[in-house]
Design a protein around this ligand. Structure first.
Ligand code: ADA
Length: 568
């Protein structure tokens, strides 16, 4: 499945799912011979032969071209990086497993061609975001590959923003047209929004040779049903273009949008002018043996459990998520804190030569690809990075500036663990703190936990008064099935008790606007650097284990979350 809704009725698209030729490699170069098969999309670790393989591999897919023209391959996720070749000719490359990329080529010869991809999931100084970590990063073509034939003039992008001014909902839409032809093209453009009686836009534009044209519109919309967690109303926004000379419809693009506005007013977070309380989970993109190549059916399993628990939100720790998961959040009314890729980098790692570009590209792609999702309420960066140094603050500032330039409509944040020393909170709209009271910070009574958080809050509000505060991570570990008579750490009982105590502290504190439990499910971690701190090589702070088996804490969280929902 490419998306949870139909994106095109005119443009030809097909998913290149199935077995591709595969060859594990000693060096990152195209092989002469392929001796194996690997399923796409999948993590190669899901093939028992490669369950802990970290290295290079080549994939090859034969394609048949029946008509000369412009073709594009949209790789939704290649982990960690991919180099793409057509008939042995290098077309382009991409770093980062968690954002998609597009590769284009003009093919003139009818007949068989082949796409090859060199995939690399090694760790090196050149890879500044994929590091040995408290989550596993897999190898392979892990998300769908979509091939499409593009007309010479096609729709390059569509951006939707909703505004609410004096009770009136306004649609602000930007459409980009691309012209590959060597002559100007006269195009009729129609932009329609489901529920609106007349087209938002209908007009003729001329796109100059080998150039682009942008159409901007801003229209008051009547009868709008806004999007919210209780009423996740979505509308199909479609743009269709017709070549005026041939009078032939040549391309279309459909997206699914929601009218909603998110604001920070004082210490409150408002959705459509109403204060909200965010409660939910940090969720890594991993589903046990499937790794990060999660089919939508498995995403739906997680979504059903998080909603059963009473979650109204998810934090995409620590990287942009699959757009199909975001489609689900749009459709079910789940708030999302989407985060660019970074976890626990110190200043030295943030100053590596490739860090700036790899971070910039990830933010550009995250916002470029996910900007129209109503569910995304805020953008996050740099989880537990160097926000307590002058140089680190400058890097935070640079990334936050980039985000605001791309999208001024959503608040920004980052999750800090620099308790008592963070100097960057003034840069963000929402202050967020990771604080494991009762687990990493030894407190064992409710009173002690309440007092410890109050002291932490006093420090935060002293450093940067008058902003909303989110508890972006808190929780405890538990090995599934470990039920000793004593409530020792790693037992399910202790995890349940710590979550009960800390949830009570955070949910009862007037300054807290949201809580994200660390974490929804247990996840595999890299052996390098983490095995000795993680029983079974697993980060087991999940409320469910890696097989989605609920731990004792499940009932505890469910009771507390649902009680809070009743108060909201
Ligand atoms: C940090 C980090 C998480 C995870 C967590 C833990 O807060 O942000 O990714 O590693 O600690 O489980 O200790």
């Amino acid at each position: 499945m490419i998306r949870l809704f139909e994106q095109h009725r005119v443009r030809e698209q097909k998913e290149l799912e199935g077995y591709w030729d595969f060859e594990a490699l000693d060096t990152c170069e195209l092989p002469k011979v392929y001796t194996e098969k690997m399923y796409v999309p999948s993590c190669w670790e899901s093939d028992v032969k490669y369950s802990d393989y970290r290295g290079y591999a080549a994939y090859k897919k034969r394609i048949f071209i029946s008509e000369p023209g412009y073709y594009r391959w949209n790789f939704k996720g290649v982990s960690h990086s991919g180099k793409v070749y057509l008939d042995g000719i290098f077309l382009g490359e991409h770093y980062n497993a968690f954002t998609g990329f597009e590769i284009e080529a003009e093919i003139l010869e009818i007949g068989e061609h082949c796409i090859e991809v060199l995939v690399d999931n090694t760790f090196s100084q050149a890879s500044t975001l994929h590091k040995p970590n408290d989550y596993y990063t897999y190898g392979g073509i892990t998300k769908p590959v979509v091939m499409e034939k593009l007309p010479s003039v096609y729709i390059g992008d569509m951006k939707f923003i909703s505004e609410l001014i004096e009770e009136q909902w306004i649609a602000v839409v930007q459409v980009k047209l691309m012209n590959r032809a060597k002559s100007p093209q006269k195009i009729e453009v129609i932009v329609e929004l489901e529920g609106q009686t007349k087209a938002l836009y209908a007009g003729l534009v001329e796109v100059l040779a080998e150039d682009t044209t942008t159409i901007n519109l801003r229209e008051i919309c009547e009868g709008v049903e806004p999007w919210s967690e209780k009423t996740p109303n979505l509308s199909m926004l479609s743009v269709t273009i017709t070549n005026c000379d041939s009078n032939k419809v040549i391309d279309d693009l459909i997206d699914r949008v929601g009218f909603r506005i998110i604001e920070v007013v004082g210490t409150d977070i408002l959705l459509n002018k109403k204060k909200i309380f965010i409660q939910g989970y940090n969720r890594h993109e991993e589903f046990n043996i499937l790794g990060c190549a999660i089919p939508t059916q498995a995403m739906a399993v997680d979504m059903a459990m998080m909603r059963d628990l009473g979650s109204n939100s998810v934090r995409t720790c620590h990287y942009p998520n699959d757009e199909r998961f975001l489609d689900m959040c749009d459709e079910l009314g789940i708030f999302v804190w989407e985060e660019s890729h970074a976890r626990g980098l110190d200043l030295e790692q943030m100053q590596l030569p490739n860090f700036d570009k790899q971070s910039k590209d990830c933010i550009d792609e995250m916002i470029g690809q996910h900007k129209n999702h109503a569910c995304i309420l805020m953008w996050g960066i740099l989880n537990e990075c160097s926000s307590n140094t002058i140089e680190g603050k400058a890097i935070h500032e640079k990334q936050l500036k980039q985000i605001k330039e791309l999208d001024p409509t959503r608040p920004t944040t980052y999750a800090s663990n620099k308790h008592g020393s963070d100097i960057s909170f003034d840069l963000v709209d929402i202050m967020s703190t990771n604080i494991y009271l009762g687990w990493y910070h030894e407190y064992d009574t409710q009173e002690a936990i309440d007092a410890a958080f109050e002291a932490h809050y006093q420090w935060m509000s002293g450093v940067c008064p008058g902003k909303p505060i989110i508890i972006s991570e808190f929780g405890a570990g538990a090995v599934y099935g470990y039920r000793p008579v004593y409530k020792v750490k790693w037992s399910e009982e202790r995890q349940s008790e710590i979550l009960e105590q800390t949830l009570k502290t955070f949910q009862n504190h007037p300054a807290v606007s949201g809580t994200f439990i660390w974490q929804f499910s247990d996840v595999r971690v890299t052996e390098e650097g983490w095995a000795m701190k993680r029983p079974k090589n697993i980060n087991n702070k999940g409320t469910v284990d890696e097989f989605r088996r609920p731990k004792m804490a499940y009932k505890t969280v469910k009771s507390i979350f649902h009680k809070k929902l009743k108060e909201l």
